[in-house]
Design a protein around this ligand. Structure first.
Ligand code: SF4
Ligand code: SF4
Length: 212
């Protein structure tokens, strides 16, 4: 299981503001971007992005910082932290979404396609991600198949937006169990065409439960 721990990844000259027992670390903006990019690479987001981009769904579309053949010229904390509906679902289904959100909540100055994040700031919670590349692979294959099968242009992109909205709504009704059940059901229905992914997910949960 890859673990992205600011204790190991903070700058060599970084200083803790508390005693050495404190978990609070001084972290650089560049380090936090690297932690995020590495984590996304490890979980296999590239596989899902490839299918999404092939179907015209790139989240970088129209951005001034995007250069043909090079990619993003101005990587920032905001775009690294941001999750589209596909990646949000991947993290939601595997139980990693809260860890991801908790980690990025500590990073100040996030904005739309740019950041005002200071060069150094303090971070307490490390980012722990599970090894879920096989799940990303399964989801990417499902998405590719769905996009090929459905004549409606942008079918998977509509699905992405619907899943995204539902997961966000879940976050907004933490104290309303009835509403939560309804939204969870919606997410289940929306993600039911992801057959390979659901199979991998069952195995993933089975393995995780047998280790606890
Ligand atoms: S919208 Fe999501 S899947 Fe598509 S390119 Fe952006 S991050 Fe990747
Ligand atoms: S700034 Fe964000 S939206 Fe723009 S190209 Fe870079 S990653 Fe994409």
């Amino acid at each position: 299981m890859p673990s992205f721990n600011p204790n190991e990844q903070s700058q060599p000259n970084s200083q803790s503001i508390y005693e050495s027992t404190s978990k609070i670390k001084n972290m650089s903006r560049q380090t936090v971007i690297k932690i995020g990019v590495d984590a996304l690479n490890e979980v296999g987001s590239d596989l899902i992005c490839k299918v999404c981009i092939m179907n015209g769904g790139s989240c970088c579309n129209g951005c001034l910082h995007l250069t043909n053949g090079i990619g993003c010229k101005k990587r920032n904390t905001s775009c690294t932290a941001w999750l589209c509906g596909f990646l949000k679902y991947l993290f939601y289904a595997t139980g990693s979404l809260k860890d991801w959100e908790d980690f990025w909540r500590q990073v100040p100055g996030q904005d739309y396609r740019e950041d005002f994040t200071p060069e150094f700031f303090f971070v307490e919670k490390p980012l722990h991600m599970q090894n879920i590349r096989n799940l990303s692979e399964a989801l990417a294959t499902d998405l590719h198949e769905l996009a090929t099968k459905h004549i409606a242009i942008g079918f998977i992109l509509t699905l992405r937006e619907k899943i995204d909205k539902n997961i966000d709504r879940l976050n907004h009704c933490k104290n309303d169990p009835k509403k939560r059940i309804k939204i969870e059901r919606n997410i289940k229905v929306l993600s039911s065409p992801f057959h390979r992914f659901q199979k991998e997910l069952r195995e993933y949960h089975h393995l995780n439960n047998s280790h606890t």
